[in-house]
Design a protein around this ligand. Sequence first.
Ligand code: 6R9
Length: 651
Amino acid sequence: MTVQIIPKHPIPSGFSDALVKPADYALLYDESIRDPDSFWGREGKRLDWIHPYSKVKDTDFTMGQVSIKWFEDGMLNASVNCIDRHLATRADQTAIIFEPDDPKATARHITYAKLSEKVNRFANVLLSQGVMRGDRVIIYLPMIPEAAYAILACARIGAVHSVVFAGFSPDALASRINDCGAKLVVTADTAPRGGRRTNLKSNADAALLHCSDRVRCLVVKHTGDQTTWIDGRDVDVLKMMEEVGPDCPPRPMNAEDPLFILYTSGSTGRPKGVVHTTGGYLVYAAMTHEYVFDYKDGDIFWCTADVGWVTGHSYIIYGPLANGATTVMFEGVPTYPDPGRFWDVCDKHKVTQFYTAPTAIRALMGQGSEWVDKHDLSSLRVLGTVGEPINPEAWVWYDHHVGRGRCPIVDTWWQTETGGHMITSLPGAIETKPGSATLPFFGVKPKVLDPTSGQIIHGNGVEGVLAIADSWPGQMRTVWGDHERFMETYFQQYPGYYFTGDGCRRDEDGYYWITGRVDDVINVSGHRMGTAEVENALVAHEKVAEAAVVGYPHSLKGQGIYAYVTLINGADPSDDLKRELETWVRTEIGPIAKPDLIQWAPGLPKTRSGKIMRRILRKIAEDDFGALGDTSTLADPGVIDELIQNRANRG
Ligand code: 6R9
C-alpha cells in the first residue's frame, strides 16, 4: 500500500514576529511534558491571584478514583482577572464591540470601564435576588452584551453560570434548569437574528412551567417587544441595574471552585453538565487565546461562535477578556442581509483574528467568492477554524479568498470537556496541512490507541482512537452531580487515559488528523448531538414505536441527521407525518436537532439479544451498502433488503 504524504503548507512569508517562534515550539512542548509543575507553575502567573498557589498539579486518572486539581490552594476571582486588573491601563479601551443583527443599527463599543460598571451592577442585581456563592444561574440569552455581563457577574459573586444556547427549546431549557437546580434564569424579551425574532421570554415561560415556582426570571428588555409578565417572578434587569449600586466587591474563590456548567451531548442518556473550575480553566483559556491566535495588544479578536457553546465561553469571553483584548460579539448570522456580512464586519471593525466553523466557510463558499473578494480584509492576520474536521477544499478557499495567502490558519481541535485548544497549529511556529489539526498544544499528551485492545499505537502513519495521557489545567473536573458518570464516560473504556470519543490518524510527519466521532455522537454544522437524544424525542411521539438515528455525510453541515422510524400499528406512514415528526423534534430539542432525512422502517436490524445494529444503519444512510460487513448475528436478515430498497439518501 502506498501512503500518500500530504506536504506541509509553509508559513506565509510576510508573517513574522509571532509570539512562539518555530524553534520555541519543540523546546517549550518538551518542557511542558517533562516538567509540568514548573511549566504550569510559571503559566499560572499570567493571572492575578488573591492568594498565590503553592501546589500546581494533583491529578489522578485511575478509574474509580479520578481526581483533577490544579493550583488547588490558590484563591482568585475570574471577573477581576477579566476586568478589574485591566482598569489601571485600559479603562478607555474597548473590551467588547457589539455588532447588532441589523447592519444599519450602530455598533456599540463597550470600554473596560463600562464593562466594569455593568458587571458590578448586574452582580448587585443577582445578590438582591438572593443568589449566593455556589448557587446556579441559567443564562438563556442571545448574543448581546448582557450575556457577557451576566456571565461575569456570576463569576464576581461566585455563582455558577450555565449558559443554555438560545436555540434550545423550552423542554431542553427546563431539563437543564432542573438538573442543576438553578435559582434563577436570565433571559431576554425577543432575539433578532437574520431579520427574524425569536420570543425567548415565551420559551422561558414555557420551560418554567416544569420547574420549581421558586425559580426567578430576570428579563433583559432588549428589543422592547411585548411579552407576558408574571409579577413577583419576573424582574426587569436593566431597570434594576440602574437602581442598585455600581460597586460589588469580588468574592475570593478557590481555584477549584466551579466557575460554570455547560451541558453537552454524549453517546447515551441526557446531556451531561460539564463542570469547569475557576483557576485551571482561566489559565488555559487565556494562554491558548494568546498563543494560538498570536494575540497581541491592540488586536481586534472575533470569534463567531455563540456564547451558548464552549467556544463562545473560552474565546469570546474568558480568554480574550483575561488578556485585555477587544472582543467582537455578533448578534446576527453570516448570510444576513447578504453573504458578505462576515467580511463587511471584518472590514468595518478592522478585525485581526477571525475564528469560525467549517460549516460557515462551506456555506459562504457555496455563495460565490465575489462576496468576499470585494472587501478589504487587510487587517486580518490569523484565521481559525473549530467544531469539526475541515475539508481541504474549504481550507484552501478560506486561505485563498479570506486570508489572501497572508494569514496562517489554525485548525483547533478541542471539546467542551477540554476547556480550550488541545491539538492545533501555532501561527508562525507550526506549518499547516489542509485538514489536519497538526500538533499538540503545550502540556497535551495525545495517544493513538488500538480501539479494541486499548494498547498505545506507537510511531507514525497509524490510526486508532484518540486519548490523552495526562491532565491539563482546562480539563473538566466532573459531571454536575454525577462523578460516577464522569469516570464511566471518559476513563473506563481505556483505563489510565482521558478518552475523547474521536477517531484519529497520525501521519508520517507526526501530524494529527481527527477523523470524527467513534461513538454515537454526531456533529451537525459543528453542533454536538447525541443520536440517543433525537431517538428519545422521536419515540416520545404517540405514533412512533421505535427510532434509530445515525449521521450521514452532508455537503454543508458536515453530518446530517438520518432517522429510521418504526410507527405503531395502524399509523399512516405519510409525508405529512414526516413533517409532523420534524416539527416535533424541533420543539422537543431545538431546530438544530431536526432530522434531515426520515425513513419509515417497518423493522430495524437487531441482534438476537435485541441490540440495534447501528453499523448497518450507518452504511445504508451513507448509501454505501456494498460492504455491510458481518450480518450473521442478525435476528431477521430480511429487514436489510427492505431498508436498502427504501433508503432515503440516494446520493
Ligand atoms: C470546541 C468544540 C467537540 C467535538 C470533538 C470533535 C469535533 C471540534 C474539531 C473537531 C476536527 C477540529 N471537533 N473541533 N474535529 N477538527 N478542529 O467544538 O466542542 O461542541 O464539545 O465538540 O467536535 O469531534 O470531539 P464540542
